[in-house]
Every structure is written in structure tokens, then in C-alpha cells.
Design a protein around this ligand. Structure first.
Ligand code: BYC
Length: 313
């Protein structure tokens, strides 16, 4: 009875668009859903540094190298904001990393694809960050306060990321025939994985109904995917590139682009760990975590020492 009343009051708060804060009462399933989604989001930011890091030493100019370095550093920062937001739900950072290393926690499927040429760095910024922005702008309105505030900060940086990617694509598309071909090839390989980032169709999405009711998600997977496609296709056509989808056509009546069938077998294969890069990405993360343990120990020792000095002063 008590819980039924609490649940009713909780839903009334959500319906009135009042943010839920860490110390507020919340249903256990709400807490678990947030722990899962926010920590997976954080893992995506951190693992997402790897495909781009692959090109840092081979960036074609000092300018592009500096920009890429700044972008990758931003992604680490996004991971940290998100781990902090997830920790407010009562789980320690070490636990999140353990779940990632054990394969219990997911990260975005898109980061398991390889970056074969410099044009892939353009395609990631333009398409992957572009898709992430559409999703994250929507998540700014999520009902959990710390997640919503992290999204506001992250979105400001993401728009710079999307532009650095599009700038690379514009430069290559206006370059030599070979450069234009590189840009086209990268678009061909990254288009479908970017569309898959939004997750399964609404009818097959296990969590969407409840997450929409609790306003953890503000728009469905298919609504966000459609928004991304509508705005991105125009940008690609504008620079003379084509999309690897013969069914992609503007539908005047609907006011949206129609698009072809998504290869869900490929999506689930990658999500389950059998994509081209899954093993490598996870092994690299584990190794960096182990090799970096002295940094964490030194930071903790320094913080403890500072605390002791302050206490005795
Ligand atoms: N990849 O019921 P559904 C970035 C899973 S990083 C893998 O629709 P939900 C960047 C899903 O987890 C930004 N798994 O789930 C960084 C669930 O499985 P579990 C990344 C996926 O949670 C560096 C199952 O499928 N953005 O921008 O309601 C460089 C059923 O799905 C995926 C985020 O992380 C996927 N793509 O909705 C460059 C956004 N899709 O957990 C760029 C935050 C679905 O039950 N997350 N699954 O085992 C979300 O918005 C939501 O979690 C999703 C899925 C829309 C992704």
C-alpha cells in the first residue's frame, strides 16, 4: 500500500516534469534502468576514444591533429561526467568497470567497427557524433537530474565534434578524385552502423515503453533515428556524396525520408560481441586500466594526504 502511494506520487512528479534527484524516493526498476543506461553511455564515450585514437599519429596536419586530440579528450571528460551521474545511484565506479570487463555491461555497437582511413575520422565526427547529438539533445529532458545536467554540458561539446567531422568530409569531397572516393567509402561503411546506434525498432525495444513512461527516454528509438536521417541526408547530398541505400527517398506526404531495411542480424551480432573490433576494444580497455593503476593509486594517496593535512591544520 505504502509503495503504491509512493509510486503514484513518483509518477505524478514525472508527469509534472519535476526532476528526480539522487536522494528522492524512486522505484527500484527506475534506479536499475538508469544504472544500466547511464553506465553504458559512459562506457561508450570511453571506448569510443579508441577508433579515433588510431589516427592521432597519422593526422594529415598539425591543425587536424590538435583538433582530434581535443575531441578525444572531450570524450574522456564525457565518460567522467556520466560515471559521476551513475554513481549518484549508489554504485561505485569500480563496479561499472568490472561489469564492462566481464562483458555484462554494453557499450554502443558502433565503436566495434574499424577506422581504415583518415576519412573515417570525418565520418565518425559527422555521423556518429551527429547521431549521438540527436539522442543526447533529447536526453537533456530526461527525468533524472544528474543525467539531464550531464547531457546539457555534453551537447555543447558534441556540436563542435560533429562540425570537425563534417569539415573533414567537406574537404575530402572537394578534393582530388581519390580523396572524394575516400570520403564516399567512409560514408558507405559508417552509414548503417550509425543508424543502428539508435537501437532496435520501437516494437522490438525491450525497455522503451517503461523508459518513456518514466521520461528516462523522451523520444523513441525510431523517432530519433528518423530525425537523424532527415537532417543528415541533406548534408551529404550538399557535398556531392551518395548514400548506400537504394530505398532512401524523400516522402513528400510524410515530410520525412523513407529508408531501407536495417540488417538487424549484423546489429545483434555486434552487440553480442562478435563484431570486427569487440575483442580488441575490450582487451585494450582492460590493459589500459591495469597499466594505469598506479595513476589511480597516486591520485588517491595525494587526496588522502591533502585531507589529513587539512584535518590536522
Ligand atoms: N549498441 O530496449 P532498448 C559518442 C541494447 S558516445 C549496443 O531499445 P534502451 C561518441 C540495449 O542496451 C554516445 N547495445 O534499450 C563517443 C538493450 O540491451 P540491455 C553513445 C544497444 O536502453 C566517442 C537492448 O539493446 N550514446 O557519442 O531503452 C567518439 C534493447 O534495446 C544499442 C549513448 O550511449 C547499441 N547501439 O535504448 C565519438 C546513448 N542499442 O541493456 C562519439 C544513451 C540498444 O537490456 N543510451 N542496445 O542488455 C540510450 O539512449 C539508450 O540506451 C539506447 C537504447 C537508445 C541506446
Amino acid at each position: 500500500m505504502e509503495d503504491a502511494k509512493k509510486l503514484e506520487a513518483f509518477q505524478a512528479k514525472i508527469d509534472a516534469d519535476i526532476k528526480i534527484e539522487p536522494k528522492d524516493w524512486m522505484p527500484e526498476k527506475y534506479r536499475q534502468t538508469l544504472i544500466r543506461q547511464i553506465s553504458q553511455h559512459a562506457h561508450s564515450e570511453v571506448i569510443g576514444m579508441q577508433p579515433e585514437g588510431n589516427w592521432l599519429t597519422r593526422a594529415p596536419s598539425l591543425r587536424s591533429k590538435k583538433i582530434l586530440m581535443a575531441k578525444i579528450q572531450d570524450e574522456a571528460g564525457h565518460g567522467l561526467y556520466l560515471y559521476c551521474a551513475a554513481e549518484t545511484l549508489g554504485v561505485k565506479r569500480e563496479q561499472f568497470l568490472e561489469w564492462l570487463h566481464e562483458g555484462k555491461a554494453k557499450y554502443s555497437s558502433v565503436f566495434n567497427y574499424p577506422t581504415l582511413t583518415w576519412a573515417d575520422i570525418g565520418a565518425i565526427g559527422w555521423l556518429v557524433d551527429g547521431a549521438a547529438i540527436v539522442n543526447q539533445v533529447s536526453l537533456q529532458g530526461t527525468s533524472y537530474g544528474p543525467y539531464s545536467r550531464a547531457m546539457v554540458k555534453i551537447c555543447m561539446e558534441e556540436s563542435f565534434h560533429q562540425r570537425q567531422g563534417y569539415e573533414i568530409m567537406v574537404t575530402l569531397a572537394n578534393g582530388t578524385d581519390e580523396q572524394k572516393e575516400m570520403a564516399q567509402d567512409a560514408l558507405n561503411r559508417w552509414w548503417w552502423p550509425s543508424i543502428m546506434m539508435f537501437g532496435p525498432h520501437d516494437a522490438d525495444s525491450a525497455h522503451s515503453n517503461q523508459s518513456l513512461k518514466w521520461k528516462i527516454k523522451r523520444e523513441s528509438n525510431d523517432e530519433l533515428r528518423q530525425k537523424f536521417i532527415d537532417k543528415t541526408v541533406e548534408q551529404g547530398l550538399h557535398i556531392g556524396l551518395t548514400f548506400p541505400d537504394p530505398d532512401l527517398k524523400w516522402n513528400e506526404e510524410k515530410g520525412h525520408y523513407d529508408f531501407g531495411a536495417i540488417d538487424w542480424d549484423e546489429f545483434w551480432n555486434v552487440v553480442k560481441g562478435y563484431g570486427a573490433g569487440n575483442k580488441k576494444r575490450l582487451a585494450h580497455h582492460k590493459e589500459a586500466h591495469e597499466v594505469g593503476s598506479w595513476v589511480r593509486e597516486a591520485a588517491i594517496a595525494y587526496a588522502n594526504k591533502k585531507n589529513n593535512i587539512q584535518k590536522s591544520a
